[in-house]
Every structure is written in structure tokens, then in C-alpha cells.
Design a protein around this ligand. Structure first.
Ligand SMILES: O=C(O)CCC(=O)C(=O)O
Length: 281
């Protein structure tokens, strides 16, 4: 079971680049079980509700949503504001993520939401350039003191539409966002100027690798043109000092109970054993 504590050098690199890649944050067995549990999850495999044009800001209200890119290709995502029993919550609460977040954000953090991105072979759509704080700004969060941790469940490559980040773009501050297809995207004049000056990094990851990225880091992904899925789990956090001044579809501050890293595997094994037992009943 990996234990990881972020170093000063990595923290400095995060502040410089707006992201940090941590190889092997989760072990192969943890990711195998997560994938098996996700595939067996009836909630996640039900019919997705298709997002209407312009609805992006509110898509978080539902659990399973289908988002179309400008070319009509569809990506499903399953999102939750809640921490119920099970492996997702064990990951969200794990010290290896939460304590890293706290160091990177510089404050106690709380769970803002988490989501499984289900980018299926051939059909998984692209995501337009955006900043997460471009979406979250309207939720009453005064500061961009928010960050996400993307964990590769499947291998993420250029071919299956891995995430791309513009190195250092978090230092641009918040960029205006508007509608692009059925997605909300960042102002392309500024994005193109950023791309002319900063590096576009294709974040290729192996299962269990993690990408921590700042709320203002510009990111996107291509359509999945390959015959391999690209599922990932994204856990999003907000700083306690950035408790929203108004209600939105994501939660206000409440303390996040941290769990020791070993509980991820314990919880995943237990949950999988229960699922197997209920399948044979
Ligand atoms: O998973 C992806 O390809 C993009 C996800 C993303 O950009 C987001 O959820 O903000």
C-alpha cells in the first residue's frame, strides 16, 4: 500500500507549474478493485441523462450525466457531493490525497465533490479548454484556493484522450468562460495567447498515477479515438478559508475526516467481497 507525503520541492513545483504528477499514488490492486466495483455499480451503469445546451454549470446536480462535445461525441460522468460508505469515499478521505492537498492549497481542505469520468472507446468526447475555477467562481467561492486530484483508473495516453494542461497557466488568474458546444469553455483568444507562450503538456498516466492541479490551471482533453476506455476518478477540494458565501449545487465547508491510507484497500476488498456475495445470492 503506497504511503506518500509531498515534499517541499514538489510543493514548489506545483506552485510554479500549477500541477504535480505523482506516479503510483495508488497501487495496482487498489485500482483493479476500484475498476471492478465501478463496473458493477448499477447507479453508474444506468441510462445517463443527456445534458442540454448551456447546462454545464449545473450538471453537478445529477449523478450520471452525458456531455456532448462540439462534434457530438459523448462522455459520461458520474458525480457525487456525498461521502457514503465505499471505496470512492476511502480514496477521497485518504491521507495521501488530503494531506497533499492541504500542503498544496496551504490550508485545511474539505470535499467539494468527486466524479468518475467514463471516456469510452471511440465515443468518449473531448473537453474544451477550461479552468475548474471558471465553473466554480459562480458558486460563491471568492478565491481560487481549490484543487483537484485526477487518478488514472485506466492507462491515459494521447490516443485515448488524456488530460492536457498548460504549464503555468494558473498564474493568469481566472479567464472568462462562455458556451462552446454544450460545454462551458475558456475565452479562446486568451487560451491561444497562453499556448503561444507556455507549454501544452499531455498528461499520460498509468493506472494509480495521480495529477494534482490548481483550480486555475487551463486543461482540456481530446476525444477518445482508441479502442481502449479512459476512466478516471477526480476528487475536488476547497480550502476551509474559501468557504462559499452562498449556497450552490456543491457543499459549503464541513470538516473532512481523514482516513489512514491502508483503509483504501481494506474498504475496496470488503466492498468487492460484498458485491460478489450479493451476485451469487
Ligand atoms: O477527464 C477529462 O477528460 C476532462 C475532465 C475535466 O476537464 C473536468 O472534469 O474538469
Amino acid at each position: 500500500m503506497p504511503t506518500y507525503r509531498v515534499s517541499e520541492a514538489e510543493t514548489a513545483r506545483y506552485h510554479e507549474d500549477g500541477y504535480l504528477i505523482v506516479p503510483g499514488l495508488f497501487a495496482a490492486e487498489e485500482m483493479d478493485l476500484l475498476l471492478k466495483i465501478a463496473k458493477a455499480d448499477r447507479e453508474m451503469n444506468r441510462e445517463a441523462r443527456e445534458l442540454n445546451r448551456g447546462e454545464k454549470r449545473n450538471f453537478e446536480k445529477d449523478k450520471l450525466i452525458q456531455v456532448r462535445d462540439a462534434s457530438g461525441a459523448q462522455t459520461k460522468l458520474w458525480l457525487s457531493n456525498d461521502l457514503e460508505a465505499g471505496v470512492y469515499s476511502a480514496i477521497v478521505r485518504s491521507r495521501r490525497i488530503v494531506e497533499t492537498m492541504e500542503k498544496l492549497v496551504g490550508d485545511e481542505v474539505y470535499h467539494y465533490h468527486h466524479k468518475m469520468m467514463l471516456k469510452e472507446p471511440r465515443v468518449g468526447g473531448a473537453w474544451e479548454w477550461h479552468q475548474d475555477y471558471g465553473y466554480w467562481y459562480d458558486n460563491g467561492c471568492l478565491f481560487p484556493d481549490m484543487a483537484s486530484c485526477m487518478i488514472a483508473v485506466d492507462r491515459a495516453t494521447r490516443e485515448n484522450g488524456c488530460l492536457q494542461v498548460i504549464r503555468g497557466s494558473h498564474r493568469m488568474g481566472r479567464v472568462s468562460h462562455g458556451l462552446s458546444g454544450s460545454q462551458t469553455g475558456a475565452d479562446m483568444e486568451r487560451v491561444n495567447a497562453a499556448l503561444a507562450r507556455m507549454e501544452n503538456v499531455y498528461v499520460e498516466l498509468n493506472p494509480g498515477d495521480a495529477l494534482f492541479f490548481h483550480g486555475n490551471t487551463l486543461h482540456r482533453s481530446d476525444r477518445n479515438e482508441s479502442d481502449r476506455p479512459r476512466w478516471s476518478l477526480i476528487c475536488c477540494y476547497n480550502a476551509r478559508r474559501n468557504d462559499p458565501y452562498k449556497d450552490s449545487h456543491h457543499p459549503r465547508y464541513s470538516p473532512l475526516e481523514k482516513w489512514d491510507d491502508a483503509r483504501v484497500l481494506e474498504t475496496a476488498r470488503e466492498q468487492w467481497a460484498q458485491l460478489e456475495a450479493s451476485a451469487t445470492r
